[in-house]
Design a protein around this ligand. Sequence first.
Ligand code: FBP
Length: 551
Amino acid sequence: MEYSPLQKARYAYKPKLPLILRDEIGTIEIKRGAKGEPKSDQKELKALFPNTYGMESVSFTKGSTTKKMEKTNVGVILSGGQAPGGHNVIAGLFDAIKNGNPESKLFGFLGGPSGILEDKYVEITSQFIDQYRNTGGFDIIGSGRTKLETEEQFATCAKVCHQHDIKAIVIIGGDDSNTNAAILAEYFIKTNAGITVVGCPKTIDGDLKNEQIEISFGFDTATKTYSELIGNLMRDANSAKKYWHFIRLMGRSASHIALECALMTQPNACLIGEELAANNTNLTEIVEYLASIIVKRAEKGMNFGIALIPEGIVEFVPEMRLLIGELNTLLAVEADAYGELKEWEEQYAFIEKNLTPTSAHAFTSLPRLIQEQLLKDRDPHGNVQVSLIETEKMLIEMVEARLAELKAKGEYKGKFGHQSHFFGYEGRCAFPSNFDSDYCYSLGYNAYLLIANGCTGYISSITNLTASADQWQAGGIPITMMFNMESRHGEMRPVIEKALVDLNGGPFKYFAAHRDSWAVDSKYLYPGAIQYYGPTEVCDTTTKTLQLEHN
Ligand code: FBP
């Protein structure tokens, strides 16, 4: 096997744990805090989670005695999209398990949640984990989007765990996977299965955060990777002075990624889905906004620029939201009839006929490329896969048309050369930044302490993250505390609320206060590549979003 020099160097990197987790593991004591309730729907949630509702938040402190840690076999599952740092969660978990009791085993279920249902696993050994320490990707055991949500699946999980004498499962996932982790924990208590379930907050999208969870892992590295590329394009644009770069950024729904990249690079324009929704901004207005910046820059002789477009905006723009909602229902309800149509003309006519007049108008006015993309296969929830919709190309086409109109009226004299980009998968498996390496290792290490203290239905929580790692705090939060009831497929269900960009929060306010000055003049920042070795302010600092949230 050949390894790149950086890969070799990263194998040797020792992730930083919070001071409290550096103590001998048997001396770390659990401190139970106040009982916590969710912000809303308390009555319904209490009824749904009689065993795991209203539990205390916990933290870890230095104890005065040394406990002998029992042999505890643990299973681990990676769920959903890749996020840098997943390997380190498993490495931290492995090290803590073995520090606790070398006879304990860690089973990695293969290919995501389906691995536990099909009893496909690998036993993680010291030699095995060493090949993955501080590296990106989820290839250690693979990931998947199967959902653990039915009682039949839960019963299979229990059976498989009992076969291997597994006493705890760690589920590394986003809001949905952690929601299901809490439901599974409740089921295991109800059925006396004797299995603890602990979650870990993962997603590059950054939308699994709240008063208790400061940041989901992967967001730091992914946004730094995209910001490096954006900065490189800024330099290119500023050198050649001939292209506008329209850059779509991943992030299924919320615009956290685009906002963080904007804070890091200071582009000429950056759309924020949540703001568009709050102001009911329609597509024509978005096009007008972008065109006005292009016109102003052209007047100053700058026929180039950078525009950031979150992939999730398609679901925030009112007419697109309505259209996508109708298409999701139509393609689910009429799946058979639609599936028989092979020619584009037939498909187009079918869709146009079955939409409301407003959505039919929105659909027919889109470029064909986007119409086709909107009809592609749905994700497992029946939703459109926004990462497949090339919004940046749609906007280029619409802006170009608007600029032609302005040119005809003599209001625009520039030249609109353009390039489109999509930065998404490029950032999901990057070598984790030092922050994500340390944070993830700590999350995994801490997950074991939750298990050892019988904390089921908890999410591993490491906080105080803008301070240096030694000052981070470690503990656990009952997942039910983060729940609210939401309608899913016509049914009210408990879910962890997705964190959208807070328009009253520090990060957005900073962006809103500065964007006009970034729009017309070029005030680009060039963040450069992620640095792993060097001064701490270059290597260990986390996101601007988190810093502005803390301030
Ligand atoms: P998770 O929420 O599972 O972490 O995944 C997020 C994400 O990376 C989104 O940003 C993106 O829209 C989506 O996954 C892409 O999904 P897929 O990997 O299935 O193409």
